[in-house]
Design a protein. Sequence first.
Length: 574
Amino acid sequence: MARPERIRLGDLLIQEALITNEQLAEALLEQKKTGRKLGRVFMDRQWVTEVQIAKAVARQLRAPFIDLGTRSLRPEVAALLPEMHARRLRALPIEDTAGAPLRVAMADPTDLNAYDEVARLTRREIDLAVVAESHLLAALDRVYRGGDEIAGLARELTADIANVEDEIGDLLGLGQVTTEDAPVVRLLSSMFEQAIRTRASDIHIEPQDRNLRIRFRIDGVLHVQTEADAKIAGAVALRLKLMSGLDISEKRLPQDGRFHVKLKTGSIDVRISTLPTQHGESVVMRLLNQSAGLLSLANLGLPDDVAAAVARTLKRPNGMMVVTGPTGSGKTTTLYAALNALNDTERKIITVEDPIEYRLPGLNQVQVLEKIDLSFQRVLRAALRQDPDVILIGEMRDQTTAEIGLRAALTGHLVLSTLHTNDALSTPLRLIDMGVPRYMVALSLHLVLAQRLVRTLCTHCSEPHTPDVHEHTWLKLALGPDADAVMAANPWKRGRGCSECNQTGYTGRTGVYEFIEMTQALVEAMNDDDPVRFTQAGRRQMAGRTLRRDALRLAAAGRTSLDEAMRVGTQLEE
């Protein structure tokens, strides 16, 4: 299309019968007082939606309206306009066809200066498409992923470190320059902002022989975000240690800490761990997004039988519920969803954690601190004198902690805790192996919930999939004689990979579960010295409702792939 002409938005919306003359007059008066854009005034007053405005502008300009929320974007096309300029100009290249103008999506196609600058930067003839601004901003986050911005700030920090006239205090935000202007502070701020946008759970900063590698863990898988000059590793580690109150002079020993960061997109709590390596200090940060809010039990996606078992346990006045699984399997999220359901003014809830991962109003949360002898055992004994109704033990790491928790469950308290075991059935036996008396386990333990996390397929690029030879063989081993019928009856899918999911084929994660309830039959089997009897009784109760079968259920429903189901199955076989 030709270079667009300016249009009067108010007149256009009246012409489209979206607003009245009275509403336009009122909006113009407010615009004069506040200086806000006219379109924003209309939307804030809920007279029109962002999409209605965009479609009206598109019709006026005879340009297409495109919904970026449902469109797959190609990073190589977006790269024709550098990220910094794309965000500033609110523009995104979306189609590049040989012999045709470059199709560019713009939130405000009547901004002639932005149009001219896009044409100049891309050195192409431009064909405009109109998009909603919020859709455009979300698409920019998806397609650029912040790698260019982080890499640019890292290069800037490298140049500053190479300049002998710069003081280290200025680089770290400790000197005469303001903290926000310090190169390393801007680098870290950009890193945290991008981590939140991409739903990263962890940031890994790893010094190598020739470079500094920064990786994000997204949906349980590490992705390289950028690689910078190794010279900046020390400055980055030093600034992070200052933020978390760690000993900046100690580089030979591991250290753990915590700090809080406020960003434009919200606030996050950060748990930091440093580890001395051959080429410098490796730093890993776990990100706890406080602005995201806690999940409720209803939103966890628990299967009906699991949800019913958890609800029965939480209605009890006493007893213990244990959630088990490896690190990163979502145990803490499940327990806090349970606490959220229990949290009211009629109950006193005390948590004993190392560290405190989520802050929930109404709870009495205690941070274990071993270096001042504030141990799990000491806090638990004191907590029991505080007349609690519910106690959360972050993790039962030893016999004493487990015994105190189980004894509390016997004496009128509802106790929630975690344990690192491979599955639900092995958890009671693990407690006995730790030295807890058999009778205490049998009488106090009411529910064991084992879980894993699997990646869910991207809804934008998932497609039908026929199981290959290896998947077919694994399904036969997992399902036995029913395998052929199950394979024929279910719509297996896989993710092709697109800009929405960063070419991975997956977006987000969900849980798979199995559980046992300590029924009378299991209590009697537990009191037998032969563990085989308990295992057999537990298998009869579970009746095939295992972690592997739950993962297969999600794959058969098209929510995850067979690869993910096989990954869970392989973990259980090891």
